[in-house]
Design a protein around this ligand. Structure first.
Ligand code: ADP
Length: 286
């Protein structure tokens, strides 16, 4: 990290920085652990022109979840631009690999997050899923929200990129007709929105934290669908979550339809290796 930025951060923290070390694993920004005599901090930096906007949205998402007091997020300590670098500064979470007990806590605390209600599906601010824009335009109907704000924009993008053909896709109308009977009695719940295993941390004392959210109010099974897409969540996570939300006869179909969104996002971000999974779900349901 450049010296000027380091002194600027030291000024914000009002502490002397004793060590800065790179943190690997992110695919968008450059991250560091910052140590002072008493504390540790985490900072993401990015020089691209829309980075500050993306960090502000990420900070809002972390605060939205953290303010529910259901599950923790790292405390945000600064979000700004210094010279040509945008940065997001937060509490550093010293993490460990999860035990069964940690998965139980993650399951029950996520369920409590999902008990936070709203009037409408969506959010008062759009955000990002990975580096792609995610529209949170509010709707009363989950079928309308999920079709118009989730599936169709990703389908359109995939067509523009030549990753899906017209023959492989379906109109919004035919998707909505199929979803009507699967999406019944669904109430808006606060979601993490991008819950793969890289987006939770268990601190050394066993406290679960969510990071990198793509928050909005949607069907609670969306987070479960994402958690199952790439794995990394223990059996006790699901067992404990089910004490709060029981599956019904359409849950497994909905899980695949919710995974379709993330598969389309990955198709658009990472290319054709996701094409087969996307097309299989289209063929099965639409
Ligand atoms: P990107 O937005 O660039 O994809 P991530 O948010 O995924 O970056 O973070 C990069 C790495 O830093 C990941 O390995 C993640 O686990 C870790 N990380 C993120 N936030 C914190 C934090 N507050 N404390 C400690 N490690 C963190």
């Amino acid at each position: 990290m450049i010296e000027n930025l380091k002194s600027h951060i030291s000024h914000i923290l009002n502490e002397t920085i004793t060590k800065v070390s790179p943190v690997h694993g992110g695919d968008i920004s450059t991250a560091y652990k910052i140590e002072t005599e008493k504390n540790s901090y985490f900072i993401k930096t990015n020089k691209s022109s829309n980075a500050l906007h993306m960090f502000q949205i990420e900070a809002n998402g972390l605060n939205t979840i953290g303010n529910t007091n259901t599950i923790k997020t790292p405390k945000v300590l600064g979000c700004n631009r210094f010279e040509n670098t945008a940065f997001l500064l937060m509490e550093f979470i010293n993490s460990k690999s999860p035990s069964s007990k940690d998965f139980e806590n993650l399951g029950s605390q996520l369920a409590k997050l999902h008990q936070c209600p709203a009037e409408n599906f969506g959010l008062n601010q759009d955000n990002f899923i990975g580096s792609l824009p995610q529209s949170n335009k509010q709707h009363k109907s989950w079928v309308d929200f999920y079709t118009e704000e989730r599936l169709l924009p990703q389908i359109e993008l995939a067509k523009q990129k030549g990753l899906l053909s017209n023959a492989e896709c379906h109109s919004g109308q035919s998707i909505q007709i199929q979803l009507q009977h699967l999406f019944q009695n669904i109430k808006p719940a606060l979601l993490h929105g991008d819950l793969w295993s890289g987006n939770y941390l268990i601190s050394k004392d066993g406290t679960p934290y969510l990071i990198d959210p793509a928050v909005y109010y949607g069907h609670h099974e969306v987070d479960i669908a994402m958690s199952k897409l790439f794995g990394g969540f223990g059996i006790r996570f699901y067992e404990t979550y089910q004490d709060y939300f029981q599956p019904d006869e359409n849950t497994s179909a909905r899980i695949e339809i919710y995974q379709l969104y993330y598969l389309l996002v990955n198709l658009n971000l990472f290319g054709r290796s996701y094409h087969g999974s996307v097309v299989n779900i289209f063929r099965k349901y639409f």
